[in-house]
Design a protein around this ligand. Structure first.
Ligand code: EAT
Length: 467
């Protein structure tokens, strides 16, 4: 395993054969690009989009991409859906244009979900798009279209495969089962190598289903497969959801070190504080309704608004993560109107405010109740992303003891500037200011704050109270 600059060699606290490959963050150029994306798009698209959460008039209450596992739909019916897969409205360029307008800088596309259906013409199975009426390679269309608008492509791959005879979730017991599982392992490795070979612009792999006990028991195989995939595709990015160490620990090995390039456990949830991310890179993958990834024609329950999603994105970036919003196009290849509207609204906000998201990170400042603070890795500017305006109309901000406040202005209009009021100076706790808002924004608003180095002896210094 090649070492990445900035990362150190494996720790020896507990000798592990199949633990983390490197300690600390990857600091190479490709990972730096990943870290700076800010916003991504997830797409779940496969045969499950055809029934769209219903079969024979009955409503399936689970996640649409899981409908095959429901007793309301016979397996045989599901397994014949491919004969109908002919998305007449599918237009990869339109998807890419929409994602671009939303402000996404990477996309994760389901190449194969748990059902085993491949949206590329894999030569290792017949259960692919090549054998549908559509015939064409949808994955290639997507990879090309997103690549053409400058959005980096990552491939989602489920190691759960309900279509492969050798697949199983529990470890094999009999010799026959073992042999079948060996075939499945070879099949999986072949498909992954095929994907990287056929779609060389791929930047990374997003694995799913790797919690299966049978997969966890394969630490030696998955470790060497990871090494092989990385060797054939320099810079490849793989999250922590790929493999387990020899003790069955996933995401983090027995020593607590992350296995993979970023933490992939933030699914439909967000860390509360910077301590929760343990200094790792991470991304949050989020659904629009509560738990639907593939197309479900009848969303029930709360559907998130663009303001909620923008807040989750700000929250993610403020804690050093990326935010990835899921889309589930329908069986004809159309993006549903609810998602199109969200993409448009997020895009409108990003048009004005992307500077607070792209290339930004944890600012190192105390979190404030009015919202989130990000800091540009490139310019050092701070961005105050305001979601909750205090009744006082004043935003508190606490900066480093050695710093002073320079220019403060609206990101949307740099002529609208503020005279921050100094509230408190403390070498121990940092310098506190109030920024008095001039309006009551109805949308998430961004205020740019530039800090200056400041001579500690200048200005008035008050003694700390004795109590
Ligand atoms: O179908 C979901 C979706 O693709 C998400 C990213 N991961 C898949 C998944 N599989 C599951 C199996 C058991 C419990 C939850 C699951 N989520």
């Amino acid at each position: 395993m090649a070492q990445f600059p900035g990362a150190t060699a494996q720790r020896s606290s507990v000798a592990l054969k199949h633990g983390a490959h490197h300690l600390g963050k990857r600091m190479d150029a490709q990972m730096e690009i990943w870290r700076n994306y800010g916003l991504g798009q997830f797409i779940h698209w496969g045969l499950y989009a055809i029934p769209g959460g219903h079969w024979k008039g009955k409503y399936y209450p689970g996640a649409a991409e899981w409908i095959r596992s429901w007793n309301g739909m016979p397996n045989e019916d599901y397994d014949n859906l491919y004969k109908q897969f002919n998305p007449q409205h599918f237009d990869a360029k339109a998807w890419a244009a929409q994602a671009k307008a939303m402000g996404a800088r990477y996309v994760i596309i389901t190449t194969k979900h748990h059902d085993g259906f491949c949206i590329w013409p894999s030569k290792y199975t017949n259960y692919t798009i090549a054998n549908t009426p559509y015939k064409k390679d949808a994955l290639k269309e997507i990879v090309d279209a997103y690549g053409a608008v400058g959005i980096d492509v990552y491939l989602y791959f489920s190691i759960i495969d309900w279509n492969h005879n050798g697949y199983r979730s529990a470890p094999a017991k009999t010799a026959q089962e073992k042999e079948a599982y060996e075939e499945f392992k070879l099949f999986t490795a072949n498909q992954l190598k095929e994907l990287l070979t056929k779609y060389p612009s791929t930047k990374g792999l997003w694995f799913d289903g790797t919690w299966d006990k049978a997969w966890i028991a394969e630490a030696a195989f998955t470790d060497s497969l990871e090494t092989e995939l990385r060797a054939m595709h320099p810079g490849l990015i793989i999250g922590s959801r790929f493999r387990a160490d020899e003790n069955g620990n996933r995401h983090f090995d027995t020593n607590g070190d992350i296995m993979g390039d970023y933490e992939q456990g933030w699914e439909r949830k967000l860390p509360k504080t910077i301590a929760d991310v343990h200094g790792n890179d991470w991304d949050c993958v989020m659904t629009v309704p509560e738990n639907q990834w593939g197309y479900h024609s009848e969303w029930r329950g709360h559907v998130k608004t663009s303001t909620e999603l923008i807040e989750m994105m700000a929250h993610s970036v403020a804690l050093d993560g990326n935010f990835v919003l899921n889309f589930g196009p329908d069986g004809q290849g159309s993006v549903r109107p609810e998602e199109a509207k969200l993409a448009k609204e997020i895009g409108e906000w990003m048009n004005v405010n992307h500077e607070a998201i792209y290339d930004c990170a944890y600012a190192g400042l105390e979190k404030q109740d009015w919202g989130y603070i990000t800091k540009s890795r490139k310019t050092g500017k701070y961005y105050m992303i305001v979601f909750n305006v205090p009744v006082s109309g004043a935003l508190k901000i606490k900066i480093a003891p050695s710093a002073g406040v320079g220019k403060v202005y609206d990101l949307a209009d740099s002529n609208k500037d503020y005279e921050p009021e100094e509230v408190h100076r403390s070498k121990a706790e940092g310098n506190e200011y109030l920024i008095h808002l001039k309006d009551r924004p109805v949308e998430p608003k961004v205020i740019v704050l530039e800090c200056t180095d400041q001579d500690q002896d200048s200005g008035v210094l008050y003694e700390k109270a004795k109590t």
